[in-house]
Design a protein around this ligand. Structure first.
Ligand SMILES: Cc1cc2nc3c(=O)[nH]c(=O)nc-3n(C[C@H](O)[C@H](O)[C@H](O)COP(=O)(O)OP(=O)(O)OC[C@H]3O[C@@H](n4cnc5c(N)ncnc54)[C@H](O)[C@@H]3O)c2cc1C
Length: 457
């Protein structure tokens, strides 16, 4: 990372580029900080009363801020659009983030699967440290302020125009673009008037978890100036399960299990790791990852999830173990805690159809096969995915074809930059989504301060 330039000279803000960042989340915060470090006068607009409301609840409040994976793995986690992030991840990598957090007084730790968390297990510490960083750099943080639209200069005439004077392409019809010639962004409209700007970063997030402030405002603003919006859709959702007894398992967390998704009897996906039962169904890392496959299924009528509770054992090994164990004089109900977590036992006993007081040495080979069947193929019927208000990330967004991956500047409108989930990028779980927001924010902030100097194509 190059050394930051001065944050404020003796002559105050005069002559410095004025940058407005819309959205104080994981994308907007580093954009603001880096732009200020590079010498810009920065105003950060956040509609909530606090910065980073979503950031504070990430990773169940623990904040899985990044992953130790290598660059190729990072790119792969984002699927086909991952290559767009190559430049941003190279410029501000997972190690750069870990280093920055360390400097800001938030040491991190690494957990299973390379997931990186603050050592304190508190995502709120990350948000607080970032905020102190911004304040130290003189960023003008304006919370409780919702940006209403962009101001721009018309390409044909050089006249200043306002977003309000143009018809707005609603995000219900997001792929249509407005044919007018926006050449350069000149400011941001808020309820009290217009904030002039040399550059604006749109970091408004997606449409998921809207109670944290991400309601899709950025898509409308980007569409107003001619950008293509790939229809936004929830991605990484928990799955609702049809079996009514699933709510009895609420809170049960299973580690080192494998989950296979079947559609119409055909295997469509498999993941190994950790999952969680909720009052409506299943969630946790491997379920969220499988939900991406589920979302793409054309026919969702007959979808089932098969949980292998003993993936390290083959059917034969499991049978041998049970035969050995079933020589003891114990009741079935007293033996099961050796095999299963306690919460699962009542449901498991019901499904096995074996009376709890059966001595294990009286269990027949047919019953033993049924136990093995349940252990290796614990079936759940999928009802559907949880709605957008509970999904973790948004798929779709501002088309990556219209953003310069080296600078995050719009290829259509000079002075407009993008950061975070508003861009058409989304990954599996593991800390990749936050790192993408941090990296794109960093790059956008740095370049707003420098100015790309290029005319839009
Ligand atoms: C429950 C949950 C857990 C998650 N856990 C993880 C995890 O552990 N690891 C991980 O990598 N990812 C996780 N994610 C995903 C991650 O949080 C997002 O990908 C990331 O926050 C995106 O950052 P962003 O800045 O683009 O959007 P956001 O964080 O949503 O920030 C956008 C900000 O813009 C503000 N805003 C919107 N419109 C306006 C406007 N018009 N004017 C002013 N401000 C506006 C919003 O209020 C919001 O604060 C999780 C998501 C959820 C919902």
């Amino acid at each position: 990372m190059p050394e930051p330039r001065r944050s404020r000279g003796r002559s105050g803000w005069q002559g410095m580029p004025k940058v407005v960042i819309i959205g104080g989340g994981a994308g907007g915060i580093p954009a603001a900080g880096r732009a200020a470090e590079c010498g810009a006068k920065v105003i950060l607009l956040e509609r909530n009363s606090v910065l980073g409301r979503k950031l504070r609840i990430t990773g169940k409040g623990r904040g899985n801020v990044t992953n130790t994976a290598g660059l190729d793995e990072f790119i792969a986690a984002f699927g086909p659009n991952g290559k767009f992030l190559y430049g941003a991840f190279s410029r501000f990598s997972n190690q750069d983030l870990i280093g920055l957090l360390d400097r800001l007084g938030v040491p991190t730790k690494i957990e299973r699967g390379g997931r990186v968390f603050p050592a304190s297990d508190r995502a709120a510490d990350v948000a607080a440290a970032f905020e102190a960083w911004l304040r130290g750099l003189g960023v003008d943080i304006r919370t409780g302020v919702r940006a209403q639209g962009l101001e721009w200069e018309d390409g044909g005439t050089g006249d200043a125009q306002s977003g309000a004077r143009h018809p707005v392409s609603s995000i219900q019809h997001p792929v249509s673009r407005i044919a007018h010639h926006v050449s350069r962004i000149t400011g941001v409209r808020v309820s009290s008037g217009v904030i002039p700007a040399d550059a604006v970063v749109l970091a408004t997030g997606g449409i998921t978890y809207p109670r944290t402030g991400s309601t899709g405002d950025g898509y409308r603003m980007a569409a107003e100036v001619g950008h293509t919006i790939i229809p936004p859709a929830p991605s990484l959702s928990a799955l609702e399960i049809k079996e009514p007894w699933v709510s009895d398992l609420q809170g049960l967390s299973l580690k080192n299990v494998s989950a296979t998704l079947y559609a119409g009897g055909k295997k469509v996906g498999r993941e190994f790791g950790e999952m969680l039962f909720t009052h409506f169904g299943v969630s946790g890392p491997i379920i969220l990852t499988l939900s991406k496959t589920y979302a793409k299924l054309e026919d969702k009528a007959k979808v089932e999830l098969s949980i292998n509770l003993k993936p390290a054992l083959s059917r034969k090994q499991l049978d041998e173990r049970l035969i050995r164990d079933f020589t003891q004089a114990r009741y079935f109900k007293n033996y099961l805690p050796e095999l299963l977590p306690r919460t699962l036992i009542p449901v498991f006993m019901r499904l096995s159809d074996i009376p709890p007081d059966t001595p294990v040495n009286k269990i027949t080979s047919v019953q033993r096969k049924r136990i093995i069947g349940l252990l290796l193929d614990f079936r759940l019927r999928v009802e559907g995915a949880r709605a957008a208000d509970e999904a973790i990330v948004t798929a779709g967004g501002v088309s990556i074809k219209e953003i310069d991956p080296r600078t995050m500047e719009s290829k259509l409108v000079r002075g407009l930059y993008f950061a975070g989930e508003v861009i058409d990028i989304d990954a599996v779980t593991g800390g990749y989504n936050l790192q993408a927001a941090f990296s794109t924010g960093w790059v956008a902030g740095e370049n707003t301060a420098r100015g790309s100097g290029k005319a839009p194509s």
